[in-house]
Design a protein around this ligand. Structure first.
Ligand code: ZN
Length: 58
């Protein structure tokens, strides 16, 4: 008879800090407040630039 030892891991993965989701990484303000279009555009441009830089590195 085998004993199945199932470790219940409902929260196996460590939760990422929720601050990253609620606080804007561009202006460090709550995303729920104000207009975030500017910030999202900034973030988008940043990621595009980063991607382009990574490409040039290879
Ligand atoms: Zn922002």
């Amino acid at each position: 008879m085998t004993t199945l030892r199932r470790t219940v891991r409902l929260r196996g993965a460590p939760m990422r800090s929720l601050d990253l989701q609620t606080v804007c990484d561009q202006c460090n303000k709550l995303r729920a407040h104000g207009n975030r279009t500017k910030c999202s555009k900034l973030r988008q441009a940043e990621s595009v630039e980063r991607r382009a830089r990574e490409k040039n590195h290879e």
